[in-house]
Design a protein around this ligand. Sequence first.
Ligand code: LLP
Length: 423
Amino acid sequence: MDHFEIRGGEMFAEDVPLSAIAEAVGTPVYVYSAGTLRRHARVFQQALSALDRPLVAFAVKANPNIAVLKLLGQEGLGADVVSEGEMRRALAAGIPADRIVFSGVGKTDPEMEAALEAGILQLNVESEGELERLSAVAARSGRTAEIALRVNPDVDARTLAKISTGKAENKFGIPLDRAEALYARAASLPGIRAVGVAAHIGSQLFDLAPLEAAYRKLGELVARLRAAGLTVSRVDLGGGLGIPYDPALPPPPSPADYGAMVKRVTDEWPDRAGIRLMFEPGRLIAGNAGVLLSRVVTVKEGAARRFVVLDAAMNDLIRPTLYGVYHDIRAVRPRPGETLATIVGPVCETGDMFAEDRRLTPLQEGDLVALMTAGAYGATMAGTYNSRPLVGEVLVDGSRQAVIRPRQTLEELLALDRVPDWL
Ligand code: LLP
């Protein structure tokens, strides 16, 4: 469910017409709905309400805007971060350190130091080398790092290969058969307190079965660790639940279906007592809380097809180019009828294409369109290819709107370069 609806022939973000935002700040621009973000945070937490004190840590990578993080923090969410930059954003947004988890396969020493200094809840460790380095960094600074071992449960998440993370051949996590030895090692190292285990098997999942299989393996691992006399008090179940991008496809499992599965599976764990569960949803919270608002620059009749050229491009929203995935595209003021169009951006690459031979309402030069479900992995993956300034972001809350990131100016973009004086 989202708050982007046609009212009186025109699409609104909550109570603000998208055309008014385009007038005020120009295009392309990301527009987020505060109401949708809040609703998703509540629905997900509600779906987990049968669990004892679950921690829902929003995956900051999905949408790291500080205003968005602040809003989600106010809803009680924590943050799952994968870099010092993301951690600083979460802290700047007022998310308490004891709700922040640091994941990622290549944390540097300075990042570890920063995490310890900030006093975050937990670091999810992904390799032997990282564990030893973290111990050294913690011991040096006289601090203790609470860690979970991220394991690779070797299950096929049945999603796109590029966003699948839980198979043996993926770079993520520690092989399950090495987890016990490494956990014991962690428990013996200075500066380390081993508190739990973690897994994240992939993103945009439409099937609960692989998640269930992974969670069962985690439960068995917890029992083995405890049987070996080790302490386990937290299990991080990751993120990954899919969202509907294509309205023509059957919907993904609901948060309630997911919550019921988690409850059922974890209740069956051999040794469940005293375990706090943690979750890292990203897309589910932010995905359909945002659209990329863009204007048609021109309509071009090619030899083989009609091209609608937008002022947004692959540098602003790279998902269709990178993964070949579907984003719904809607006219802000839809006209009657339907035509076939290929929707592209102005960047000099054939792959700069948002939709190929898409059936949609007729579009003309100057029309506004909304690329839907762009609130997660949208603005955050934007770049400046073709020297196009970084895209801006607007947050709408009821009838209020605010620029939460101005579009970069060309002056700012050019000012990043330095020309050595010997040229
Ligand atoms: N936790 C960890 C350790 C992760 O690696 C990820 C996503 C998440 C949580 C959040 O997953 P979510 O709930 O959003 O599915 N750029 C890609 C998605 C990459 C996801 C990477 N990791 C896309 O646009 O589809």
